[in-house]
Design a protein around this ligand. Structure first.
Ligand SMILES: [Zn+2]
Length: 284
């Protein structure tokens, strides 16, 4: 594929007819959707092997139930450097972050899944060096590991609640609308430099990196706004100085610092209704 992205964007801008413009746009979309860099979900369990001579010890026995913890990930990097693969990767990552309930990318979650392995190697090194630094009793260790797995499960549930619902096909349509805006608002690098008074070194940058960066940042922003609209929080006029809170049900809501809100509107309503009911029952 020897076509550059800035050429596509410029051809689009200077197209003589609408039909030509549409043709350019739809072949760009095809390049992205038919790119071999498909969204790939793989099972990548956190595993370790217990040294056979330690397997029969009480602590070794406890660790043995945790030697393979299931974990599902979605590949978030690509080795390809062409614009279509890079933009497709960005699009894949956005889908995973906002819409995929099966993948949890939170650091706490990953850390908790890795805890048994980490503690095992601490224990192993203490045993090997005859080092008294390991002080946890078998009961304490059991409890710690059980808690870690339960806590990880909880984080995964919360993270699933925080994703929005949108099928891949619907997501493609939304993304194409954003592609369209990016095509329409594209400013070539030299014009961009003039308007921003930026000095860009040609050796570090090339026009295509610039276009890919422009698309990636643009998509990030559009999907951040998509999320605000989804939760009914989008306000064109006040973009700054607003903080958002996350309710335990997964909803995003406007944070009001003075009142230190914890619940979204609908959870607040149902909590209020429940407390009225309790009050009325008591009076009845
Ligand atoms: Zn809520």
């Amino acid at each position: 594929m020897n076509v550059y992205m800035y050429e596509i964007l410029e051809d689009y801008q200077y197209a003589e007819t609408d039909a030509e413009r549409e043709e350019i746009f739809s072949s760009f979309c095809r390049l992205i959707w038919e790119n071999p860099n498909q969204r790939t979900i793989i099972s990548r369990p956190v595993t370790f092997r217990i040294s056979p001579d330690l397997l029969t010890t009480e602590i070794g026995q406890i660790f043995s139930s945790y030697t393979s913890l299931p974990c599902t990930v979605c590949l978030s990097l690509t080795g390809s450097r062409d614009f279509a693969s890079l933009i497709r990767q960005k699009v894949n990552n956005i889908y995973t972050r906002y819409f995929d309930k099966t993948i949890c990318r939170k650091k706490d979650y990953i850390d908790l899944l890795n805890l048994p392995k980490k503690l095992y190697f601490q224990w192993l090194s203490a045993v090997q060096k005859n080092n008294p630094s390991w002080t946890a009793s078998p009961q304490e260790l059991s409890r710690t590991l059980e808690n870690a797995v339960a806590q990880a499960e909880l984080i995964k549930e919360i993270s699933a609640r925080e994703t929005m619902t949108l099928s891949w096909e619907e997501f493609q349509q939304v993304t194409e609308c954003y592609f369209r805006k990016l095509f329409d608002h594209y400013q070539p690098l030299d014009e961009f430099q003039n308007s921003q008074n930026l000095i860009v070194y040609a050796s570090d940058w090339n026009e295509d990196n610039f276009c890919v960066g422009y698309f990636c940042r643009g998509l990030e922003g559009y999907f951040r706004n998509y999320q605000k609209k989804y939760y009914g929080l989008y306000n064109v006029n006040s973009r700054r100085g607003i903080t958002y809170g996350r309710c335990s049900c997964g909803n995003l809501f406007l944070q009001n610092r003075q009142h230190n809100r914890r619940l979204c509107d609908s959870c607040r309503k149902s909590a209020r209704r429940q407390s009225y009911q309790r009050y009325n029952r008591k009076r009845a």
